[in-house]
Design a protein around this ligand. Structure first.
Ligand code: 9MG
Length: 271
């Protein structure tokens, strides 16, 4: 199944790390993940992004076997039982290959296919891919991020990854780009990227953004994670106004409302 990137799409976040669905054992983690995915699909998500390795600041890497064990059963159920468009958030070529064999239609890679063998996996399979910018690695990326010009530096990086991917045979129409909010960026960098998001349209690919519940909200508004849904939807609306095409979010219902409001505004402007 192909994802239509010509319309605004919502990507619902489904983390399947061990702490994500601990409910005291009443349901299995797989069942709890499926119920959460079902809810996001009902609310309007077009894609479910499944991740088995945390990429939060400070996170440690996970072994391939553990990531496969977390991700694969969930991908299989989402595809077979719910018929969902599944994206898998991974940087490991072996996980990419297994996820695609299990029915994933997209790979979301915060390393932009820089692991050895990753470009080849995507080139050999008819799936979409998100190439994200990150300065450093999750364990240390927030220590002291530095840029000459944050937007120009990220555009240069994404352009070079786009070039490497298309030279390896990946069709441009399968590629989505992402500036990587929160990945090796200070609070000021994140808001400068948002303010200048329209500059990324020069790259000519759909633009994915992920600001949902991130510290760029929490640090500015002094809000704990469970209270960041409203601000997340507002930032989603601001990103849409500046050319974002795909919104990676936890709170699908609020994001769909933001999309409808922005689309009403854009429709008025065009008529
Ligand atoms: C996995 N992950 C966490 N944050 C993300 C973001 O902003 N973009 C993408 N593509 N993936 C993300």
């Amino acid at each position: 199944m192909e994802i239509d990137f010509s319309a605004t799409q919502v990507m619902g976040i489904l983390n399947v790390t061990p702490d994500s669905f601990s409910d005291g054992g009443r349901y299995s983690a797989r069942d709890a993940a499926l119920r959460q995915a079902e809810k996001m699909l009902r609310e309007g998500a077009a894609i479910i992004d499944v991740g088995g390795e945390s990429t939060r600041p400070g996170a440690e890497p996970v072994a391939i076997e553990d990531e496969l064990e977390r991700v694969l059963p969930v991908v299989e159920s989402l595809v077979d039982e719910l018929g969902a468009n599944v994206s898998v958030d991974t940087s490991k070529p072996a996980v990419m290959r297994a996820a695609i064999d299990a029915g994933a239609v997209m790979i979301n890679d915060v390393l932009a296919l820089r692991e050895s063998g990753a470009v080849e996996v995507i080139a050999a399979n008819n799936v979409s891919v998100c190439l994200m910018h990150m300065q450093g690695l999750p364990r240390t990326m927030q220590t002291d991020p530095q840029y000459d010009d944050v937007v120009a530096d990220i555009i240069r990086f994404l352009d070079s990854r786009l070039d490497a991917c298309t030279k390896a045979g990946i069709d441009r129409r399968r590629i989505v780009l992402d500036p990587g909010f929160g990945f090796g960026k200070s609070l000021a960098h994140n808001y400068e990227i948002l303010a200048r998001l329209d500059e990324f349209s020069a790259l000519g690919c759909p633009l994915l953004v992920g600001m949902s519940r991130k510290s760029m909200i929490g640090n500015l508004l002094d809000l704990p994670v469970p209270e960041r849904a409203t601000a997340s939807a507002i930032l989603a609306a601001l990103a849409l106004e500046r050319g974002a095409n795909i919104l990676r979010v936890h709170d699908v219902k609020q994001t769909m409302q933001a999309i409808r409001l922005v689309e009403a505004l854009q429709h008025m402007r065009e008529s």
